[in-house]
Structure formats: structure tokens, C-alpha cells
Design a protein around this ligand. Structure first.
Ligand SMILES: CC/C=C\C/C=C\C/C=C\C/C=C/C(=O)SCCNC(=O)CCNC(=O)[C@H](O)C(C)(C)COP(=O)(O)OP(=O)(O)OC[C@H]1O[C@@H](n2cnc3c(N)ncnc32)[C@H](O)[C@@H]1OP(=O)(O)O
Length: 279
């Protein structure tokens, strides 16, 4: 398979480390537990651009087909899980590339939210918008203190698509989800724990990964097929909705993102990020 030819396989202690040639993600399988840790490593902020999304898709497929016991998603950056979609993909976009970009994002969501293996996110840094989408696509979340997580799209003058809302709603009560989305609210770790957006707090990344592993281990005595089919039945309606509306969803996104007012808003937001970075 093409994917195999892109992979290098290294052994670190009892762990197998698979990394893509471009190294935007690594997959490390713990030989004792059989759990795969998928790490995003795209400096400076794990912005989800086309290449990172393609890598994530490939890595998730790899983990599914390697029959790993579970998947833990985390980041190599010590303060940022993912800054969400790379705004440079949406600002003054290239016509063909932005189509591939959005389609890849749909692929990642379908693969992660619909994954047959147990999934958990070790959120070791800030996790706005697309970062929160990835985290809420997993079944369990452990976060480090003093970071933020949420769907802040309305703060940028954009709208979270329905399937972002589906992931959010699979975790939060409807009333809290609706208000947070309308406000574009970012929750601190402590607030996220209080509303149920995350399941546990850990003091270090290692501890977060241990807690994620313990969650995945909690299924050890459950029949894997029964567990996977049960999970997929819970998520089937959300997944089917995007499968049915993929093309319309892409066209809606392209129409929306190309509106002059949206482009202006994204430009101003990028400028404010750059100014903040300089100060
Ligand atoms: C009806 C509906 C139909 C269709 C829907 C249509 C549209 C909706 C589409 C999509 C939904 C959008 C989802 C998203 O994910 S949008 C992205 C949202 N993300 C953010 O708002 C995060 C912004 N970043 C930050 O808040 C901070 O950077 C962060 C807390 C992550 C890290 O802070 P830190 O102080 O550590 O780093 P910075 O100095 O701020 O940044 C370093 C560097 O990185 C650049 N940067 C940061 N975030 C992004 C990003 N998301 N995209 C691109 N670039 C980013 C930042 O500018 C700095 O760059 P430089 O100055 O060049 O070093």
C-alpha cells in the first residue's frame, strides 16, 4: 500500500514508532497495551492545513487497519493541542486547494468520529475551533490545566458547520452547547471540566496519556465487535448526515468563505494574531 511506503518504522523500547515521511504526525504503538498514540507535530501551532489533514487521515486509517486496541490523539507542542484550521487555507484561497482542504477535513472527521476503535484525546494545550472538533470527535478527553478549549467560530465571524455541532452535542447538553457556540466561548480547563466538555484533568502530558489509556483499557473485557457496533449506532445519524450532504457542505463552505465580508474578517483576525505574536 502507498501508505506503507510513506512510513518509516522505528523501535523505541517496547514501542513501535511509525512516522510519515513529512512528519506532520507520528503514530506510536505501545506493544504492551496495543494502544496507538497519534501525535500532531506541525509547528508552530498545529494549524490544520491540507497536508496535516491528509496525514491525520492516513494515520487514523493505519491505526484502524493495524487493529490497535485504541487511539490517543495528542500534540508534540507543549502548549498547543491544535490552533484549529489553518486560517491561511481560507484567506485568499487557491480554488483547487481549498476544495481539497475542506474535503480532507470532512475525511478526518468521518474517520475519527466514526472510528471503530476506542478514542481519547490527551489535550496538552490550547484547543480552539478545529482543535476542539478533533477533541470532541474522540470518546474521552483529558486536559492539562491553564489552557482553553471551545468552538470560537462566531468570534471570527464564521459559522461552525452542522457536523462540528454534532461532535460538540455528543459531549455537552444542548442548552450549554447552543449558548457556547453562539457566544464563540472558549472554556478554561476548569470550566470545561465543570460543564463536561472534558472528562478529567491531568498535570502532565504523560499523566494525560495514562488516563486516556486507562479509559481505553476499561473496554478490555467488552466484546470488541459489540462495542464498536454500539458506538457506531450512537454516531450513525451524525455520520450519515455528512455522508449524504458532503458535496452541498463543501459548496456551502466555499460560498460562505468567499464572501467579501468573511474574507475581510479573516484578514483582520490574521493581522491581530500576527500583531499579538510580535508583542
Ligand atoms: C453555514 C456554514 C457553512 C459553512 C461554514 C463556513 C465556514 C466555517 C469554516 C470553518 C470553521 C473554522 C474552524 C477553525 O478552526 S478556524 C481557526 C480558529 N482558530 C483560532 O481562532 C486560534 C487562533 N490562534 C490562537 O488563539 C493562538 O495562536 C493560540 C492560543 C492557538 C496559540 O497562542 P500562542 O501565543 O502560543 O501563539 P501565537 O503567537 O498566537 O501564534 C503563533 C503563530 O501561529 C499563527 N497562528 C495561530 N493560529 C493560527 C491559525 N489558526 N491559522 C493560521 N495561523 C495561526 C500566528 O499568527 C503566529 O504566526 P506568526 O506571527 O507568523 O508567527
Amino acid at each position: 500500500m502507498l501508505r506503507s511506503s510513506l512510513l518509516t518504522l522505528t523501535r523505541i523500547g517496547s514501542n513501535r514508532l511509525m512516522s510519515t515521511a513529512a512528519k506532520l504526525t507520528t503514530v506510536e504503538v505501545n506493544d504492551k497495551t496495543g494502544i496507538a498514540t497519534l501525535t500532531m507535530c506541525r509547528p508552530p501551532v498545529n494549524g490544520l492545513n491540507l497536508e496535516l489533514l491528509k496525514d491525520l487521515s492516513q494515520s487514523i486509517d493505519e491505526i484502524e487497519s493495524n487493529k490497535s486496541r485504541g487511539l490517543i490523539l495528542t500534540s508534540s507542542n507543549p502548549t498547543i493541542f491544535s490552533a484549529g484550521l489553518d486560517i491561511l487555507e481560507m484567506y485568499k484561497p487557491d480554488k483547487e486547494r481549498i476544495r481539497a482542504f475542506w474535503t480532507s477535513l470532512q475525511d478526518v472527521w468521518l474517520a475519527l468520529y466514526g472510528s471503530s476503535v476506542p478514542t481519547a484525546a490527551a489535550i496538552n494545550g490550547h484547543s480552539p475551533a478545529g482543535g476542539c472538533l478533533l477533541a470532541t470527535s474522540c470518546e474521552y478527553r483529558v486536559m492539562l490545566p491553564k489552557f482553553t478549549i471551545g468552538l470560537n467560530e462566531t468570534q471570527l465571524g464564521i459559522v461552525a458547520p452542522k457536523w462540528f455541532m454534532s461532535s460538540f452535542l455528543s459531549v455537552l447538553p444542548r442548552r450549554i452547547a447552543e449558548r457556547a457556540l453562539n457566544q464563540g466561548r472558549m472554556f478554561t480547563t476548569e470550566e470545561a471540566l465543570q460543564v463536561g466538555l472534558i472528562d478529567e484533568v491531568a498535570n502532565t502530558k504523560e499523566e494525560a496519556i495514562e488516563k486516556c489509556s486507562a479509559f481505553i483499557g476499561s473496554f478490555a473485557k467488552v466484546n470488541p465487535l459489540a462495542r464498536a457496533l454500539t458506538k457506531q449506532q450512537f454516531r450513525a445519524a451524525d455520520l450519515q448526515q455528512l455522508e449524504n450532504e458532503r458535496v452541498q457542505d463543501l459548496e456551502k463552505f466555499l460560498f460562505f468563505v468567499n464572501q467579501p465580508a468573511v474574507q475581510k474578517g479573516l484578514g483582520l483576525y490574521l493581522e491581530s494574531l500576527k500583531k499579538k505574536a510580535k508583542n
